[in-house]
Design a protein around this ligand. Structure first.
Ligand code: KG4
Ligand code: ZN
Length: 364
């Protein structure tokens, strides 16, 4: 089964083609194209929704064409079109959804609506075995051998807009356990980075600076780390950094201060994420922990979660780093698993394209 997926929920315009076999449930990536308008948003220190949507319009067709070309696929080779319907920016989502509907109508293909957050989880099921086809990141590690996810699964989704813990007793058996009460983990990195004068998105920049810094230099708060729920809160951390920066603003030549601040902030965020995730894993006796979302590319988070999972004898999975940030391969993977588990081809029911609608506030 070949699926073309389209993802346009924010500032990335992405298309991917996967080949997946319902009998062995292996998701092979044939192409994975991501065009980003990030450099435009770096100038304004954040995303302006109208600007992002206009860029989506410019890139959507070239990105889809390139993904079909790289997959050596014609429209008649496709079995379905998957598309992100939410959550996200309404203008950006509309570009992807309307394009998917038009192609589904023109090519007479079924269309599969996908929740972006569930897509982040399913990035973990994408096999990235063919280096050549991963043109966006040729250095992506090969991960075919690690693909034995056992249920129950706990998924930690950490992105620019979301921080959620989700229990999966099986495909399509998702229970939301908790999430952020204010800023998401990625948003915390981005807003704190802005306080420090760093470019948007600040998460990867701070992670790099942190390599040279001392994570114990500042004892920043770990908000609600001991609460009896699976919620998160990062706005207090932002306030603590604000106070620190006000008392000693980083200036040119104060690189050590910037690296120490970055390392201390990163450690505070990672500590909270790891402690809450492990607590949930123990409570629900999960067999696997899956990481997903842009902050999932953070090396410290990956290492510390993996180490904690090792102690609990729980399997740990994290997607290749270029599949943590927004992409369409994860959308195709989510579409495939949610179809395949309805009973493979016999239950493969196309959704009429007229019924597909964007939902910017979609949750679990
Ligand atoms: O999943 P994503 O690409 O988009 C959303 O769905 O939000 O996540 C983007 C977020 C940004 O906040 C960015 O700062 C953060 O992921 N991010 C990181 C790293 N790479 C991306 N945060 C920390 N460390 C990283 N290495
Ligand atoms: Zn995302």
């Amino acid at each position: 089964m070949r699926i073309l997926a389209i993802e346009t929920s924010c500032d990335e315009t992405a298309a991917a083609v996967i080949e997946a076999n319902p009998s062995d449930k292996k998701v092979k990536l044939l192409s994975n194209i991501v065009a980003s308008s990030l450099s435009l948003h770096a100038k304004t220190g954040g995303i302006i929704p109208e600007v992002a949507a206009r860029e989506q319009v410019k890139y959507i067709m070239p990105v889809i064409e390139e993904s079909l070309r790289q997959a050596q696929c014609k429209s008649y080779d496709l079995d379905a079109i998957a598309v992100t319907v939410g959550p996200g920016l309404i203008g950006s989502l509309l570009v992807g959804v309307e394009t998917a509907k038009t192609l589904a109508f023109a090519w007479q293909k079924p269309i599969i609506p996908v929740n972006h957050l569930i897509g982040h989880i399913y990035a973990n099921w994408v096999l990235t075995t063919n280096k050549k086809q991963l043109t966006n990141n040729p250095s992506t590690p090969l991960r075919a051998s690690k693909l034995e996810v056992s249920f129950p699964v706990l998924a930690l989704i950490v992105s620019g807009g979301h921080t959620d813990l989700v229990l999966m007793r099986g495909h399509q058996q998702l229970t939301w356990l908790g999430g952020t009460r204010d800023d998401a983990a990625g948003e915390a990195f981005d807003k704190i980075g802005r306080l420090l004068g760093l470019p948007y998105p600040a998460g990867p920049v701070m992670a790099k600076l942190a390599q040279q810094g001392n994570p114990k230099a500042f004892n920043f708060p770990r908000p609600i780390i001991d609460s009896n729920d699976f919620d998160f809160s990062f706005s207090g951390l932002k306030t603590a950094v604000f106070r620190e920066v006000k008392s000693q603003p980083p200036k040119a030549g104060s690189e050590q201060l910037l690296t120490d601040l970055s390392a201390s902030v990163q450690q505070a965020i990672v500590d909270v994420l790891v402690v809450k995730t492990i607590k949930a894993a123990q409570k629900y006796k999960v067999k696997s922990i899956l990481l997903g979302g842009g902050v999932g590319a953070n090396e410290l988070l990956r290492k510390q979660l993996e180490a904690s999972c090792g102690k609990l004898a729980v399997k740990f999975f994290a997607p290749a780093k270029n599949l943590c940030t927004d992409n369409a391969a994860m959308i195709a993977s989510a579409a495939f698993f949610n179809l395949a588990h309805k009973g493979a081809s016999s239950a493969y029911r196309p959704v009429p394209w007229q019924k597909i609608k964007v939902d910017p506030d979609l949750h679990f």
